[in-house]
Write a protein that binds this ligand. Structure first.
Ligand SMILES: Cc1ncc(C[n+]2csc(CCOP(=O)(O)OP(=O)(O)O)c2C)c(N)n1
Length: 617
């Protein structure tokens, strides 16, 4: 680490002799592999973006200029080069360095990032602000070919291309999203990458033009004609961008030159950079999807794939089982095929599997179209990314009362990806969709049979929310009841659902040892609320403790309070254990639950506090 250790400031990096840059890039790769293999994190994307990020930091000043990494999972090198190298020992750990850009961590991070396809819009806003205030800084958006499959990205590109705002969009094209990039945009990029005739022409052209710069303007028009002839129509040109590329994204010196040129053009420029995801670590180059996001592993051995069973895998199995007997069942994903456990479904029913790219809005609307024509679509999607589909949930699915099933994976606290990825808002927004039903499986058995219920017995929009990872101590199956009184006691009512059921039961046992008897009411379905079971218990105890891993607004706890008020059930004491405003930082899931009081100990403590409070009634 001789060179990297010397880079303390952006000035140090800029003044490094060009001859030392390849060695610096190798050191950065070594550092990334060493650290990320210990902590876990996004590996392959960062290995592929080393030269690009170094070039960006030699051309731009990350503290003055605004460099926006789309998604932001590929910003590790940016963190290393902006004074956060030391933090990598605690990457993604509680109170440690975030795995995504975070302005509270550094002024070099202009925005909280984590959801795809927004960087061009953000950059456009910043470019306009610059024009309006007359300030002087450059704006750059780095967007992967995966992120470019998102509709929002094209809204931004359309606006930017039609404006005269100087800005540079760098398309980091590695042919991969988490899995292979899909759709027409990715085919277009593939064709652009594969046009050697044009690249050869451009190389020759560049040599000539270098010697005769006065020829540039006249030659540019001719070049555009030749380019249009040799290349298929380029959507970026058509949108109004000055398109440069495709170029080798691992040739740092060349990237620097092109970035300087792009900056000087003072118009919207799209620089198309071709990189290799996982570059420099053979196993990651070979299987970039496996090394996209990793748990700790031994780099000498590589990832040994002994994936543990989890809710996603269980969902995938159930979907296959049900699709075997009903040809109308289709599975839909927005770029999360492996994450949502749909690999077997995709292989078994290729005609009924639809991977749409990072296109959650399209996915929800597309499912509505399918359902309208008699199919049974299941959209498997992470809770946090389903936020993108809210309007389609309301308009296209809800108002039409269509039978679309939403398999809402990663609901609740997801852990190390942090605030942008926590699934804390789904209960609130799903509850406002007309006609929506929400199931909350707490075990694999419940997920399996609730998916069956959702597909075979429900009719309108139906969601199942389940967490990241494995089932806990609760393994039962009460899917056929709306709510279940799991434990009986007269002192207070604990209302729980989903993965926190185990903790609520353990808390009730801890309370029992102290002579406190709690009713534990488990909701198997949280929308509509199973009113009868809840009211029965509340009438008996008059004291309510709700336990859930969602934001308070629109929570089950809030709805239970409304229910009690409407039905005239007087509660003397109330406590809602939840995630407040829904913003939960990164960290390991058990650690976060402990800190937030959502483990057995915390629930027990809350129950005791509740019982010792003065009566409200
Ligand atoms: C709205 C949204 N949907 C899904 C994701 C999950 N996701 C994170 S990275 C990624 C792939 C991004 O691919 P690309 O932009 O090409 O970057 P690469 O990792 O290939 O460098 C996906 C689908 C997300 N972050 N945001």
């Amino acid at each position: 680490m001789n060179i990297l250790a010397k880079i303390k400031t952006n000035e140090d990096l800029r003044s490094l002799p060009a001859g030392e840059i390849p060695a610096l890039c190798e050191e950065i790769r070594g550092f990334l592999l060493d650290k990320v293999s210990r902590t876990g994190g996004h590996l392959a994307s960062n290995l592929g973006a080393v030269e690009l990020t170094v070039a960006l930091h030699r051309v731009y000043d990350p503290f003055r200029d605004r460099i926006l990494f789309d998604v932001g999972h590929q910003a590790y090198v940016h963190k290393i080069l902006t004074g956060r190298m030391e933090g990598f020992d605690e990457l993604r750990r509680m109170d440690g360095l975030s795995g995504f850009p975070k302005p509270s961590e550094s002024d070099a991070d202009p925005f909280v990032a984590g959801h795809a396809s927004d960087a061009v819009s953000l950059a456009m806003g910043m470019a306009r602000a610059r024009t309006l205030t007359g300030e002087n800084y450059d704006v750059v958006a780095v967007v992967g070919d995966g992120a470019m499959t998102g509709g929002l990205c094209f809204e931004g590109l359309s606006d930017a291309g039609g404006s005269d705002e100087p800005m540079v969009v760098i398309l980091n094209d590695n042919g991969m999203s988490i899995n292979e990039s899909v759709g027409g945009i990715s085919s277009m990029l593939r064709r652009a990458r594969m046009k050697p005739g044009y690249i050869r022409f451009k190389q020759g052209y560049r040599k000539v033009i270098k010697r005769l710069p006065w020829l540039y303007l006249a030659a540019h028009k001719v070049k555009e004609k030749i380019k249009n002839h040799l290349l298929p129509p380029n959507v970026f040109d058509d949108l109004g961008f000055y398109y440069i590329g495709p170029v080798d994204g691992h040739d740092e010196a060349r990237l620097e030159k092109l970035l300087r040129w792009a900056r000087e053009l003072r118009e919207p420029v799209l620089l198309h950079v071709v990189t290799v995801k996982g570059k420099g670590y053979a196993p990651a180059e070979e299987l970039p999807q496996l090394y996209h996001g990793v748990e700790p592993f031994d780099p000498a051995v590589g990832i040994v794939n002994g994936a543990a069973d989890d809710f996603s895998a269980c969902f995938g199995r159930a979907a296959v089982r049900l699709a075997e007997r009903d040809e109308r069942i289709c599975a839909v994903t927005a770029a999360m095929e492996s994450g949502t456990g749909l690999e077997t479904f995709a292989a078994r029913f290729p005609d009924r599997f639809f991977e749409l790219g990072i296109a959650e809005e399209h996915a929800a609307a597309m499912c509505a179209g399918m359902a309208r024509q008699g199919m049974k679509p299941v959209f498997a999607v992470y809770s946090t990314f389903l936020q993108r589909s809210y309007d389609m949930l309301l308009e296209d699915v809800g108002l039409m009362g269509l039978h679309v099933v939403f398999a809402v994976d990663r609901a609740g606290i997801v852990g190390k990806d942090g605030a942008t990825h926590q699934g804390t808002f789904d209960v609130a927004f799903l509850s406002s969709v007309p006609g929506m039903k929400i199931y909350a499986p707490a075990s694999y058995a419940e997920l399996d049979s609730m998916l069956e219920l959702a597909l075979e017995e429900e009719t309108g929009p139906t969601a199942l929310r389940y967490p990241r990872g494995c089932e806990g101590s609760y393994r039962e199956d009460h899917s056929r009841e709306d709510a279940t009184l799991l434990k009986e006691g007269g002192d207070l009512t604990i209302v729980c659902y989903g993965i926190l059921t185990g903790a609520a039961l353990s808390a009730a046992e801890l309370l029992e040892r102290e002579g406190i008897a709690a009713d534990v009411v488990k909701l198997n379905r949280i929308l509509p609320l199973p009113e009868e079971t809840i009211l029965q218990s509340l009438k008996k105890t008059g004291k309510l403790l709700t336990v859930e891993d969602v934001c308070r607004t629109g929570s089950v706890g809030s709805r239970v309070l409304e229910l009690a008020a409407e039905k005239g059930v007087i509660l003397s004491r109330v406590r809602r254990l939840d995630l407040g405003d829904g913003v939960v930082p990164h960290g390991d899931v058990p650690g976060l639950r402990h800190r937030l009081g959502l483990d057995a100990e915390g629930i027990c403590r809350a129950a005791k506090e509740l019982l010792h409070e003065k009566d409200q009634a």
